[in-house]
Design a protein around this ligand. Structure first.
Ligand code: HEC
Length: 160
């Protein structure tokens, strides 16, 4: 082998060894019991479970590629921070009006494109909130608004 390919081989091995070593640095990611689950209809929860629960609940499920450091470190950090802001596994202890207010904020974050975190979506495209999912959430928060608009015969044109 030329000395150049020796150097290359060395670098690859060093890289693999480095990746292997950092796997031992594993911050804890607890999954505490669900004490007060969000009270919402099943179709609403399905959307949130698909797009938000990995970070904003105690039922975090990580695919294998999230379990490998350094991605793992980032995910654990995001989950801890996300749970502090909004935890669908504990929000059920709030009065219904406050739960709805939290959902209202959540839907706003989705509409702004701020949630799910864009860097998370890049790696987890399935978590994207589709226009249909968004409609489910909005309709739950404003059922009377939508039916009033339908009654007045001017429905679809008022997006946003
Ligand atoms: C990759 C993890 C992750 C996912 C998935 C995720 N979030 Fe977040 N979310 C965070 C983090 C981290 C924060 C706090 C820091 C920030 O605002 O960027 C946050 C903050 C928020 C806040 C702000 C709460 C406050 O008190 O300021 C809301 C609302 C929210 N997320 C809603 C959602 C909704 C709704 C979804 C699903 C559609 C979602 N998030 C998906 C990580 C995530």
């Amino acid at each position: 082998m030329s000395s150049r390919s020796n150097v290359l081989l060395y670098l690859v091995l060093a890289g693999v060894a480095g990746l292997a070593v950092i796997q031992f640095d594993r911050p804890r990611l607890d999954r505490p019991p669900v004490t007060a689950e969000l009270q919402a209809p099943p179709e609403v929860k399905r959307v949130l479970e698909n797009s938000c629960y990995s970070c904003h609940s105690n039922q975090t499920k990580l695919p294998w590629f999230d379990q490998i450091a350094p991605a793992y470190w980032l995910v654990v950090h995001d989950v801890h921070e996300a749970r502090q802001h909004l935890n669908f596994s504990e929000i059920g202890k709030l009065p219904p009006a406050q739960q709805k207010a939290a959902l209202w904020e959540a839907v706003n974050m989705v509409q702004l494109g701020a949630m799910p975190l864009p860097r998370y979506l890049a790696v987890h495209p399935d978590a994207r909130v589709s226009p249909r999912d968004l409609a489910v959430l909005r309709n739950y928060l404003h059922p009377e608004g939508d039916s009033a608009r339908r009654a007045q015969g001017r429905g679809e044109d008022r997006g946003g």
